[in-house]
Design a protein around this ligand. Structure first.
Ligand code: NAI
Length: 327
């Protein structure tokens, strides 16, 4: 069988693809770029295609279908970048590769600590030998209430890690889990907004929770609240976030994801003029830490996604039960 891999990174993925391709008996076509209508011909003769977070539109899905693709796997947990209706329309099955939750959970705890300890300001000062103290006094987690929205694999791991810090933990999810109650009390969403000093997001992006953090929900939060987002950018209305940071209502933010990050993240744009004003404004605030959707990026995760995305293709091709099929 043959798999065409898009966005294959030379420096960390290529060797793993070659190793696992050999181990699983899969012939590979490796392409460094995201799939588009020019390079889609590379998928010809491959029943399966392996992608990351580039947007897969209906147009691309139709082109994959015309080139004989029957299974699309994404080396990510989230799959909101894929037009699933189009996948169904063209008879293409879709799978993901859900690596362990620890990498993102650790990163979330780091962003929480960086935000409440004003680490961006501290690092910027240290770099220019400004060793003054005014304006960088932090807060301790034991004095704070942390609200976790979404208590699936990552949210639950964040709660378990935070339980060692002595903070009060509250949580909200559409489906409550017994296991979570040893760490946190489930509360209605409005109560979480009203009581939490730190709010961290761990839900997938759906039609229902698009702009979950908006002007109205922010108004119901504590003054000086810290917002952490390692889930998906569009869970937060960027304009509302910016307004609330400017007014001081939001005291700090740690954002591994932002709205409209497609085409930006994972490319070197240092000489380019970018058209994402929200990102530029957010980056400019001393109390906002922005990173480029990389909470997942650990040794363990990279190896797991390469291996499991290929395994998903193999299961699909052999007609076996595929634990990673999502649509
Ligand atoms: P999961 O599927 O295990 O958990 C998601 C939880 O969110 C579930 O418990 C679900 O019931 C809940 N949920 C869904 N819609 C909700 C809503 N409207 N309100 C409240 N709860 C809701 O997913 P997992 O593995 O914990 O991942 C969470 C998200 O993290 C992913 O969907 C992805 O968007 C993001 N992610 C980000 C990464 C990064 O590098 N920054 C890497 C991996 C995942």
């Amino acid at each position: 069988m043959r798999v065409t891999v898009y966005n294959c990174r030379e420096f960390d993925e290529k060797e793993l693809f070659e190793r696992y391709g050999k181990e699983l008996g899969i012939e590979l076509v490796l392409c460094a770029d995201a799939p588009d209508l020019h390079n889609i011909c590379l998928a010809q003769g491959s029943e399966c295609v392996d992608i990351i977070t580039s947007r897969i539109t209906r147009e691309l899905m139709e082109a994959f279908h015309k080139n004989g693709v029957r299974y699309l796997t994404t080396r990510t947990i989230g799959y909101d970048h894929i037009d699933l209706d189009a996948a169904r329309e063209f008879g293409i099955r879709v799978g993901n590769a859900p690596y362990g939750p620890n990498g993102v959970a650790d990163y979330t705890v780091m962003l929480i600590l960086m935000s409440i300890r004003k680490m961006k300001r501290i690092m910027e000062r240290t770099n220019i030998q400004d060793y003054s103290l005014s304006g960088i006094q932090g807060r301790e987690l034991k004095d704070l209430t942390v609200g976790v929205i979404g208590t699936g694999r990552i949210g639950k791991t964040v709660l378990r890690s935070l339980s060692g810090f002595g903070c009060k933990l509250i949580a909200y999810d559409l489906y409550e889990q017994e296991e979570v109650r040893q760490y946190a009390a489930y509360v209605p969403l409005e109560q979480l907004f009203a009581q939490a000093d730190v709010i961290t997001l761990h839900t997938p992006l759906t039609e229902e929770n698009y702009h979950l953090i908006n002007e109205k929900s922010i108004a119901g939060m504590k003054d000086g609240v810290t917002i952490i987002n390692t889930a998906r950018g569009a869970l937060i209305d960027s304009q509302a976030l910016i307004g609330a940071i400017e007014s001081g209502k939001i005291g700090a933010a740690g954002l591994d994801v932002v709205e409209n990050e497609f085409g930006l993240y994972y490319y070197d744009h240092k000489s380019d003029i970018l058209d994402n004003r929200e990102l530029a404004i957010l980056r400019s605030f001393p109390n906002v830490t922005v990173s480029h959707h990389m909470a997942f990026y650990t040794d363990d995760c990279v190896e797991t996604v390469v291996r499991d995305s290929l395994l998903g293709c193999k299961y699909f091709a052999e007609g076996k039960e595929n634990p990673w099929e999502v649509a």
